[in-house]
Design a binder for this molecule. Structure first.
Ligand code: ZN
Length: 254
């Protein structure tokens, strides 16, 4: 018995690949789910909100937006303002975000409460919303929390002008499924395939997905290497004749 259930678990283990994500979208469509946004779901019966929290790399979110475009589905991409990994105000980031928008993606604020006191969460969200609107030149009407505390998950923040994806509605009245920390905590394919839930809220982190399945350690090492390349390229654009000081081939793993 134990073996049988272990096999079943293995069989349903969703891979962290683009093709597996595409299959999940196909399964959603075949199970009758309509892709919706945080402010349009009320108009439909069986619905799914596709959410992406972009924690580490905007570039790595692009393949997801292409798949969704192919499938004719809408998703929401949440970006951080307060992070050392990317800068949404840079020219290259804005081009990438623009590409996601052209693929049909919607944009929201990914909010890291760690930089604020518990009393200042609402104020912080509104401050970052205004900054993001000014940088990207578009209204920002959705917020998701980056590594939320228990208090934030339970707070049910209702904020004028911005919908909280962790409000009671989207966290409890929807079936919430996430691949946080590169692990599906429930069998997402089975839940979608069964079609039993009327409302789904699926969170994915594009950072972990590749063309083919990789160990987490390898994926992380590749990210560090690509980051080094990015740093060298940025140095190249900012220090005239960088080659005279340091050639690309002199940097390990570049
Ligand atoms: Zn996050």
């Amino acid at each position: 018995m134990f073996l049988a259930s272990a096999e079943t678990e293995l069989r349903y283990k969703m891979e962290f690949t683009y093709s597996a994500y595409k299959k999940l979208l196909e399964l959603l469509q075949n199970s009758g789910y309509k892709d919706v946004l945080y402010d349009t779901w009320g108009n439909y019966g069986k619905t799914v909100i596709l959410r992406h929290d972009v924690d580490l790399s905007i570039k790595m979110a692009i393949p997801f937006s292409k798949i969704e475009k192919e499938m004719g589905m809408e998703a929401i991409y949440f970006f951080l303002l307060n992070t050392d990994f990317y800068n949404i105000a840079s020219d290259s980031s804005r081009k990438l975000i623009d590409k996601i928008c052209r693929n049909g993606g919607k944009i929201g604020l990914h909010f890291d409460e760690a930089a604020y006191g518990k009393q200042d969460v609402t104020e912080g969200i509104l401050k970052e919303k205004a900054a993001m609107e000014s940088i990207l030149g578009m209204p920002i009407t959705y917020v998701s929390m980056h590594r939320p505390s228990k208090e934030t998950l339970e707070a049910d923040y209702q904020i004028e002008g911005i919908i909280n994806s962790y409000s009671r509605t989207f966290f409890h009245e929807f079936k919430y499924i996430s691949d946080s920390r590169r692990k599906w905590h429930e069998n997402v394919e089975e839940i979608v395939g069964s079609g039993k839930e009327d409302r789904l809220h699926i969170l994915t982190h594009a950072f972990w997905y590749r063309e083919s399945e990789e160990e987490a350690s390898k994926a992380l090492k590749e990210f560090i290497t690509s980051y080094k390349k990015q740093v060298y390229f940025s140095l190249y654009n900012n220090i005239r004749d960088l080659n005279e000081f340091l050639k690309a081939e002199e940097v390990e793993d570049l």
